[in-house]
Design a protein around this ligand. Structure first.
Ligand code: FE2
Length: 272
């Protein structure tokens, strides 16, 4: 399982549009090129591109059409999550034939990728809801063997507090219920999320060997809770996720210089 994760591009219907003063589509295209170039230089290539939510900031058909156009340039399977800024009906209408859209449980390499939909209409915080929690528990029990096949989980909102009061107030409301269902899965190797616009790394409570990983945004960075391992907290970034034949998750934070200069915003407004 070899996944390139990007997150929070916040696209607009206008291809030249600026979100928070930054050229969202140019930054996503540039980030995709930079990430694939860095991986290529390492002799790596992804099986799948994951974009973990807040795809379209103005929640318009045009924003999703811009994303569909961009993905036509990429010869890779794509998985998409809805974030708080997304409009799930438009997302599915515009991209449902090009990408796997959460919620879904899909085979990826030798393992499984569980995509969860934490979008909640009219709310900046996230929630999976009892129906989706019930669905994921039944799917995992039915399809993911008890041993031998690793599982990676992706959801837009972090299921635990990251240590930023503003961000923690808008995390996944039913994160504890999600982790209660994931904790017993032997093959669980990690959970990745977006929303926080920064690198973040922590243990899954009760399974400290399983990492929870926050991904930087391609658009703009928020003041980080943890030091950036690459010393580049203001730069856009992504994450490389690789589960090899030994079943071990290896991950690498990716950073690149943005097309229009670095940004570092305080996360004090509930609009990530
Ligand atoms: Fe965001």
């Amino acid at each position: 399982m070899r996944i390139l994760q990007l997150s929070d591009p916040h696209l607009l219907a206008d291809p030249a549009g600026r979100c928070h003063g930054r050229p969202a589509l140019d930054l996503l295209r540039h980030g995709l090129q930079e990430a694939l170039g860095q991986l290529g230089a390492l002799g790596e290539a992804p099986d799948l591109l994951l974009i973990s939510g807040d795809l379209c900031d103005d929640e318009t058909w045009g924003g999703y059409a811009r994303l569909a156009d961009l993905l036509q340039e990429i010869p890779l399977p794509v998985a998409l999550l809805a974030g708080n800024h997304d409009q799930p009906t438009l997302l599915r209408a515009a991209l449902g034939r090009r990408a796997v859209i959460a919620p879904a449980l899909v085979r990826c390499g030798q393992g499984w990728l569980l995509l969860l939909d934490s979008h909640r209409g009219g709310d900046t915080a996230g929630e999976l809801g009892p129906l989706q929690l019930d669905w994921l528990q039944r799917r995992l029990a039915a399809e993911v063997p008890a041993v031998g096949q690793p599982l990676l989980v992706a959801v837009h909102h972090p299921p635990v507090p990251i240590g930023d009061p503003a961000m923690d107030a808008i995390r996944l409301r039913d994160g504890d219920a999600l982790l209660d269902r994931l904790r017993p899965v032997p093959g669980l190797r990690g959970l990745v999320f977006g929303h926080v616009h920064q690198h973040w790394h922590g243990p899954l409570p009760g399974r400290p060997e399983v990492p929870l990983l926050g991904c930087p945004s391609t658009l703009r960075s928020f003041g980080p809770v943890q030091p950036c391992p690459l010393g580049r907290p203001a730069d856009p970034g992504g994450r490389w996720l690789h589960i090899g034949g030994d079943g071990v998750l290896r991950q690498r934070l990716l950073r690149w210089a943005p097309v229009d200069g670095p940004s570092l915003a305080r996360c004090n407004a509930p609009t990530p």
